[in-house]
Write a protein that binds this ligand. Sequence first.
Ligand code: ATP
Ligand code: HSE
Length: 320
Amino acid sequence: MKTVKGFASATVGNVACGFDVLGFAITEPGDEVTLTLLDERKKDCPVSIASITGDGGALPLDPKKNTSSFVVLKFLEYIRTHKGVDFSGHISLELKKNLPLSSGMGSSAASAAAALVAANELLGQPCTKMELVHFAIEGERVACGSAHADNAAPAILGNFVLIRSYTPLDLITIPPPKDLFCTLVHPHTELRTSFARSVLPRAIPLKTAIQQWGNVGALITGLLTSDYELIGRSLVDVVAEPKRAPLIPGFFDVKQAALDAGALGCSIAGSGPSLFAFSSSEKTAREAGNAMQQAFLSPKTNLDSDMWVSRICSEGAKIL
Ligand SMILES: Nc1ncnc2c1ncn2[C@@H]1O[C@H](COP(=O)(O)OP(=O)(O)OP(=O)(O)O)[C@@H](O)[C@H]1O
Ligand SMILES: N[C@@H](CCO)C(=O)O
């Protein structure tokens, strides 16, 4: 009986201006998926979920509905049709859910990415990490109805990932500047990605688009040249943030608290309700996080929160 444990960390989608085209991974927290290879197939499905812990009973045990098992099913189908690997055994899956659900921290993608690296290892690495990204993206469709890649791709590949094109998928990995630190603050409230997407406009004025793609280009330049000041002034989102900010209690106060504490910039993490901030030192990143948590605790919002300070993860999903 062979057992493999995979790990994938939280990710931040959009990075302010890069709606659905830019995301990055942090080093912790993350989800863990343990896969055990059994000789005999149970029922007619090659994957079953033996246990899920840390989700308070919220997540589906149906292998076609949980992102972790769903993506393994897609992976098995792919290696049968494209790699000639006809898997006749059974995979039993245990999910240790460390990321909060509907948090904006790429929770559904982390489960999928951890399961995929474990499945790939279990079956002798038939796929590259780049191939695994395709299945992880399909997992996002199961989670929220939209196959966006800005959590799934960095969850597998690490670093910043820019999605130049979805069809065909063209991903560009961007290593982080040396002294860039991320503060992630998760207020204790949920916001479903599917709902946060439903409030967005279907079309945007050309003037708005011009502002947005100017910032995306500048942010990428800032990352590639380690120009922290440029990174900070490019963290501007005129498309999603104005529509989603009202869904996050105290958003503007929390963002201002981060900036006042010296952060380079601050915006919604993915679809929220978490916020992320960038700083050019760990000390400032911690001070920004403390200030953001205090702002969430103000009488107006009175929300407890969790905070993580991390460098950008350059490793991606891994075997533990
Ligand atoms: N393994 C899983 N982990 C988390 N959510 C899952 C998982 N499998 C299925 N889901 C479903 O996905 C939904 C949560 O996804 P959602 O995209 O809202 O959260 P998120 O991943 O934290 O957000 P974001 O993509 O904004 O970072 C829930 O409805 C949940 O039932
Ligand atoms: N790009 C996605 C990320 C979800 O975490 C969105 O903003 O809906």
